[in-house]
Design a protein around this ligand. Structure first.
Ligand code: ASP
Length: 317
């Protein structure tokens, strides 16, 4: 029955139901993976479990990229593992909104084709980043939102949790001056594979004080996520409203292309001049695999691994 539903949904959208063939990348030597776990206000927000998780994911991502894995697959796998960890504000660990329930946002972009997929204000998706991949691979659309979007994606194979209240609610709303529990957080990844393809993705539960139905930058292509093989791959974390207003992720690519800035200079410009102090941070990568990890907040959980032997996880400077 489910298979028939999937097939009908695929036919209705006029696209092939068959998954794309796996591709191995080995034309270049260079590859890079960079991850973030959201910007930080307080040192206590993250600690040894986060560092261990990042080290594990960077290690396995590095191995997959070295053996020809695609940037897109590794971005999805890394973010899905961060969502499942329950220790960051994405997927299982997502923060609840002011009404006490979880709504998740995510997006994914393929730098080779420009194809992208995103989900917003989702209440039952187990892995918003995998659902974003379904949007990209199995529909002609870019963004699905809310209950109807969730049902359509379930018909295309997205996994829903049975009891969202017990699955998601790790954090309960706190007074805003309570520093011990995060008010926000987001996870993201960008990768360059050995075919020279870039990909980026972002996933979040948003802000603890957000109103029901509020959607941030993470599912907005060009705001929280952007990838283009000719320019860069970017994932952001911060005050989503500012990232949307300034098309932050796209602006980095535009500064590179239209003003000829290097990745580092483009990221500096956006973090230091476009955004205000305290707005957030980004991880970004250029087509050569050079990276930037910048923020104008107290800190950002971040890590990187590449083919030259770089391997680092940073919580605080
Ligand atoms: N950017 C996310 C949002 O506004 C929050 C975050 O990055 O912490 O939903």
């Amino acid at each position: 029955m489910k298979a028939i539903h999937n097939l009908l949904a695929a036919l209705a959208l006029g696209i092939a139901a068959l998954p794309a063939a796996a591709e191995t990348c080995d034309s270049n030597e260079a590859f890079t993976l960079v991850l973030h776990g959201g910007f930080l206000d307080y040192e206590e927000e993250v600690g040894p479990p986060h560092r261990a998780l990042f080290r594990k994911l960077l290690k396995s991502g590095r191995e997959q990229l070295a053996s020809g894995g695609s940037a897109l697959d590794i971005v999805v796998d890394s973010i899905a593992a961060l969502e499942d960890s329950g220790i960051l504000d994405a997927g299982k660990g997502s923060i609840v909104n002011t009404a006490g329930f979880t709504e998740t946002d995510a997006s994914l972009m393929d730098g080779r084709s420009g194809r992208s997929g995103a989900v917003a204000a989702m209440q039952r998706l187990k892995n918003p980043i995998k659902a974003s991949r379904l949007v990209m691979d199995k529909t002609e659309h870019v963004l699905f939102a809310g209950t109807n979007g969730e049902q359509t994606l379930a018909g295309l194979g997205a996994e829903l949790v049975k009891d969202p209240a017990s699955y998601f609610q790790k954090y309960t709303p706190q007074p805003t001056d309570e520093p011990t529990k995060p008010k926000h957080g987001t996870v993201g990844a960008a990768a360059l594979d050995r075919c020279g393809n870039l990909a980026a993705g972002t996933s979040t539960g948003g802000w603890r004080d957000k109103l029901p139905g509020r959607v941030g930058d993470s599912p907005i292509i060009g705001a929280g996520t952007y990838a283009d093989n000719r320019r860069c791959a970017v994932s952001g974390t911060g005050v989503g409203e500012e990232y949307i207003r300034h098309s932050v992720a796209y602006a980095i690519g535009a500064l590179m292309e239209y003003q000829g800035l290097s990745l580092a200079a483009a990221v500096d410009r956006v973090i230091d001049e476009t955004l205000k102090p305290g707005d957030g941070g980004v991880i970004a990568m250029d087509p050569q695999g050079r990276i930037a990890m910048r923020y104008n907040t107290p800190s950002m959980l971040r890590g990187a691994a590449d083919s030259s032997g770089r391997f680092e996880v940073k919580i605080w400077d």
